[in-house]
Design a protein around this ligand. Structure first.
Ligand code: GLU
Length: 304
């Protein structure tokens, strides 16, 4: 196997501690496997993208010693690929236009909640637009057993989601004419031959949708690992929206050591000298924690 991993930040602000933890985990996993590590800038969500944030993230990664093995991929350059995947799904009869407004969906979910039934999109436009103008495009999810997606997460263990009852037909092309994250991420990971996805557990809930989309597009499913998210004092996920501060670029070793601690890595105290020492110690600690057989451990055991 040729391991290919990636870090895929959204340029909504400078790198903060929570995103650094995801970057570090994906980097260490790639290094432990002797694989490649790529960076993708997820800059298709126009309203959320902050000018200059992508460059800022890329320079912080460099400064912290995480060098990508290939030039970064920018989602904004790949619109034609999303369009092609969309056409493929449409030709297969898997998509339909949806005319529901946010308010209509919220209202129907409220009713569903009151009746204690499904919180998934109720499928109002499955049978047609009922005279409403098309706003978004949705992917039809199957019913019954076919809707149940199960996968083994390397950190969190076995995961199961019933797409029909927990998610419903989901949006691939948004009402504001933007490509949905779910479609872009699946197309990008497939085109880059990504074999392993390491990211924050806040994305766990998207994984079943992405696996289903991979099946619809006939592309391989990577191996997943979701690391625990970093939370603030109120127990909320650290994000640019709730005031996460930019990292101290002058203290990469201190910040990286804190990220390694968050990942529960057993460090030996020698890692504070240089970035090279830090990465050597952290990679070995990650390999031990995650049970990755490194070239070094294979050599020790006489396997290579
Ligand atoms: N761009 C997403 C984020 O910053 C990550 C996407 C992914 O790793 O799949 O939350």
């Amino acid at each position: 196997m040729t391991y290919r991993g990636r870090f895929a930040p959204s340029p909504t602000g400078p790198l903060h501690f929570g995103s650094l933890v995801s970057a570090l985990a994906s980097w260490l996993d790639a290094r432990a496997h002797g694989g490649a590590w790529l960076v993708r800038i997820e800059d298709i969500d126009g309203p959320r993208t902050v000018p200059g944030a992508a460059e800022d993230i890329l320079s912080t990664l460099e400064r912290f010693g995480m060098h990508a093995d290939e030039p970064p991929v920018w989602q904004s350059q790949r619109i034609a690929r999303y369009q092609a995947a969309f056409e493929q799904l449409k030709a297969a009869g898997l998509l339909y236009p949806c005319g529901c407004t946010r308010k209509e969906i919220a209202d129907s979910l409220l009713h569903a909640h009151a009746r204690n039934t499904t919180l998934a999109y109720p499928g109002t436009c499955r049978s047609g637009l009922h005279g409403k103008p098309a706003r978004a495009w949705r992917l039809r999810v199957p019913e019954g057993d076919a809707a149940v997606i199960t996968f083994e997460d390397r950190w969190q263990g076995k995961q199961t989601q019933d797409l029909a009852t927990e998610v419903g037909d989901f949006v691939l092309r948004r009402a504001d004419d933007q490509w949905a994250y779910q479609l872009a991420v699946v197309v990008d990971d497939a085109d880059a031959d990504i074999t392993h996805i390491v990211r924050g557990a806040d994305l766990m809930d998207s994984t079943a949708r992405q696996i289903y989309l991979q099946r619809c597009l006939n592309v391989p499913t990577p191996v997943y690992l979701h690391v625990p998210v970093v939370t603030n004092d109120q127990g909320e996920k650290l994000s640019k929206q709730n005031g996460a501060t930019a990292l101290d670029n002058d203290k990469p070793l201190e910040v990286l050591s804190a990220a390694a601690r968050h990942l529960g890595l057993e460090m030996d105290g020698n890692e504070r000298a240089t970035l090279t020492d830090f990465y050597a110690t952290a990679t070995a600690a990650w390999a031990k924690r995650m049970g990755v057989q490194t070239q070094r451990s294979k050599r020790k055991e006489g396997q290579v």
